[in-house]
Unconditional design. Structure first.
Length: 110
């Protein structure tokens, strides 16, 4: 997750955890059970689509709140993400930081 997102969410009162790659993110999510996962498609070691697919096979992960926040403006990737159960798919360049925070608050009911 970019430093800008970490800074914004921290200032908004969220506890933010980051992972260096998709594999570490998956392991953290399954251990910690965060309220919401911001996921990118392009990540080292394990891409976001693989992470989402693997996450959804876990009993907790089936219902985890996942927001795909990516630069990939691809109808195919968006459809595939929804097929894997992503809660929402946002193109980074189309959204202001404040709107992403608002979206996360709506998704987690905060």
């Amino acid at each position: 997750m970019s430093a800008v997102l970490v800074d914004k969410f921290t200032k908004e009162g969220f506890e933010v955890l980051t992972a260096k790659d998709g594999q570490e993110g998956l392991e953290m999510a399954l251990k910690i059970h965060p309220d919401c996962i911001l996921l990118d498609i392009l990540m080292p070691v394990m891409d976001g689509m693989t992470m989402l697919d693997t996450l959804r096979k876990d009993p907790w992960g089936k219902h985890a709140c996942v927001l795909m926040l990516t630069n990939l403006s691809s109808t195919e990737k968006e459809m595939a993400s929804h097929a894997l159960g992503v809660n929402d798919y946002l193109i980074k360049t189309d959204w202001k930081l404040e709107d992403v925070v608002k979206k996360v608050r709506e998704m987690i009911g905060a």
